[in-house]
Design a protein around this ligand. Structure first.
Ligand code: NOJ
Length: 457
């Protein structure tokens, strides 16, 4: 019998990001980000939704912090909008924009909630897209580092937990795809696969230079984290053969070998590099050293996984299709694979060979078709089942001694789900976008109870 108890110093939190909740797109000197421009284009976002108003968190942050207090989280992960702080992407800092984050941070600290700031969660300044094509250019990496310096100089007296970039693959490979219509801003179609890989290489450089800039600007010791979303391979059975197959397949599952590998090992995975052939990006001398910065922890965003088994083919493994009728949450890609949380953690230790590296689950959660009952309740039992199973899987990793330090639920509240607009709700709080009223869902109360008892309930 296990009570799924977590260690007493385990961190419980929730996460959001700037463009998804802030709104106030034209206020306080903010200029457009690539997401403002992308979502204003016809046919790019479901129902023509944009983040112009979103959850109006810019004006309602104080009452949102009150909801965090009710939830009982001691840690809150949110992001800063680059174009609010440096509206032209480089140059002049907009102190009015910075003031918003000063107020938010002070409000959190006054309530005993520790801020964890993501410096980049996809909403880069449109000015840099116009100037040089954002992530298509190496210049983006130095501009990002300068932006990090500006923020850390201003908030580093009260913030010590920094996260550089969120989910590199999404704003690079999905923002510049050659084969399909890009689902993410800036939505530029580049001519070759190699150009796509070049954008993620530039983002890796931005991470490396960003780490150096944060350490140099911080007036006190601080923690620096990269938030990645490796695509998780899960062994079909836990036989030694299937485990070895899942570990080998992990290198080439989507872009793992070209993103998480260079960050944690200082080199692209050989297996992935070989597969890339002429599609591999150009790497200049010194790039890999810059990318391979010491990290205080790795942030993992894990939502789903894919099953792998050993087989008698050249590579020794195969990816399996999901069974017809396999359970899925309210997103085409969101298969219910709770074991992905455990295997994601174990792969960092065994495949990347970084067993000492502290880990944070920086996002986990699901979209559901939340509806209010006649009594005004939102009984999201599907979300509770999802979260409970994933937390049990996380507990297994903790119990086996993997260095997982904390968990952030995605998301504190329903918000702008990128190209899926507002229809797909990920929140613990329900948001009524007409009135901006927040209503706790059943999962909010359930998660609050987990935090209160420090275990999965
Ligand atoms: C990961 C992203 O970081 C976040 O912005 C998004 O809303 C969630 N996944 C859900 O898709």
């Amino acid at each position: 019998m296990t009570s799924y108890q977590f260690p007493s110093d385990f961190l419980w939190g929730a996460a959001t990001s700037a463009y998804q909740i802030e709104g106030a797109a034209n206020e306080g000197g903010r200029k457009p980000s690539v997401w403002d421009v992308f979502s204003a284009r016809r046919g790019r976002v479901l129902n023509g939704d944009t983040g112009a108003i979103a959850n109006d968190h810019y004006h309602r942050y104080e009452s949102d912090v009150e909801w965090m207090v009710r939830l009982g989280i001691q840690h809150y992960r949110f992001s800063i909008s680059w174009s609010r702080v440096i509206p032209d992407g480089r140059g002049q800092v907009n102190e009015v924009g910075m003031d918003f984050y000063r107020r938010l941070v002070d409000c959190l600290l006054a309530k005993g909630i520790t801020p964890h700031i993501t410096l980049f969660h996809w909403d880069s300044p449109q000015a840099l897209e116009t100037k040089y094509g954002s992530w298509r250019s190496r210049e983006m990496a130095t501009d990002f580092a300068d932006y990090c310096t500006a923020v850390v100089q201003r908030l580093g007296d009260r913030v010590t937990n920094w996260m550089t970039l969120n989910e590199i693959i999404c704003f690079t490979h999905l923002g510049y795809d050659v084969l399909q219509t890009p689902q993410h801003a800036p939505g530029t179609r580049v001519p070759r696969r190699k150009d796509v890989w070049q954008t993620s290489h530039h983002a890796l450089l931005a991470h490396g230079l960003g780490c150096q800039a944060i350490r140099a600007a911080s007036p006190q010791p601080c923690s620096i984290v990269l938030v990645d979303n490796p695509s998780i391979t899960v062994p079909l059975t836990e036989s030694p053969e299937d485990i070895a197959a899942a570990q080998k397949a992990f290198h080439v599952n989507w872009a793992n070998g070209g993103i998480i590998f260079p960050v944690l090992t200082g080199a692209y995975s050989e297996i992935q590099w070989e597969q890339l052939g002429n599609d591999a990006p150009d790497i200049l001398p010194g790039d890999l050293e810059t990318i391979h910065q010491p990290l205080d922890a790795l942030g993992l965003n894990i939502y789903t996984g894919i099953y792998v088994r050993a087989t008698n083919n050249a590579q020794g493994y195969e990816f399996l299709d999901y069974a017809k009728g396999y359970p899925r949450l309210n997103m085409p890609w969101l298969w219910l694979v709770p074991d992905a949380l455990y295997w994601g953690i174990r792969h960092i230790a065994e495949v990347l060979q970084r067993p000492e590296l502290p880990l944070l689950i920086t996002e986990n959660g699901c979209a559901a078709q939340d509806e209010k009952t006649d009594k005004g309740e939102i009984l999201d039992t599907d979300r509770i089942v999802y979260l409970r199973e994933y937390l049990r899987s996380l507990h297994r990793a903790v119990a086996e001694g993997y260095p997982v330090r904390g968990y952030f639920a995605w998301s504190l509240m329903d918000n702008f789900e990128w190209s899926w607009g507002y229809e797909h709700r990920f929140g613990l709080l329900y948001n009524d976008y007409r009135t901006q009223q927040r209503t706790p869902k059943a999962s909010f109360h359930w998660y609050a109870e987990c935090i209160r008892q420090n275990r999965v309930v």
